[in-house]
Design a protein around this ligand. Structure first.
Ligand SMILES: [Zn+2]
Length: 151
């Protein structure tokens, strides 16, 4: 299973799951019951650090910080081969649409535009993404996940 709904206290984890391309719902307005319902009706894994909630039908995250948490989730659900960065909006979870360089020219700050080679638009919230510092940071984190050197 590689679709998730993430408890309100794990916002950073939710954002990073999206950055890695995984369909992840996150909304602090949702009650515990609504989280459980969503997980069941949409076939999602509910990730929480709340023991009681996990016992009612979720995955209890053991890691104490978001980076370890991300690593833990990737391992637990065997996501290593399904990572597809730059494919989903970290803010609203919509699948991103690739943009041609020329389309992006007027939407991206000139310096970033000059350096970036990939551009994408979020049809959900209208944000434009490019492979700047954001993507670099993601690569660093992926490298630190250490999945590559495990046999
Ligand atoms: Zn968006």
């Amino acid at each position: 299973m590689s679709r998730f709904v993430v408890d309100c206290m794990l916002g950073r984890l939710a954002r990073w799951l999206r950055i890695l391309g995984f369909d992840t719902l996150f909304d602090c307005k949702l009650s515990d019951q609504e989280l459980l319902n969503l997980a069941r009706s949409q076939n999602r894994v509910l990730i929480t650090r709340d023991r009681e909630l996990a016992a009612r039908g979720g995955y209890l995250l053991g890691a104490k910080n978001w980076e370890d948490g991300l690593r833990e989730v990737i391992k637990a659900f065997h996501l290593e081969d399904r990572i597809n960065p730059f494919s989903r909006c970290p803010v609203c979870n919509s699948p991103l649409k690739k943009m041609e360089r020329e389309e992006a020219r007027v939407l991206v700050p000139p310096l970033a535009f000059a350096r970036a080679s990939r551009f994408a638009l979020c049809p959900g919230c209208g944000r434009v993404y490019w492979d700047g510092t954001h993507l670099l940071r993601m690569k660093n984190i992926l490298n630190k996940l250490g999945g590559g050197d495990e046999k």
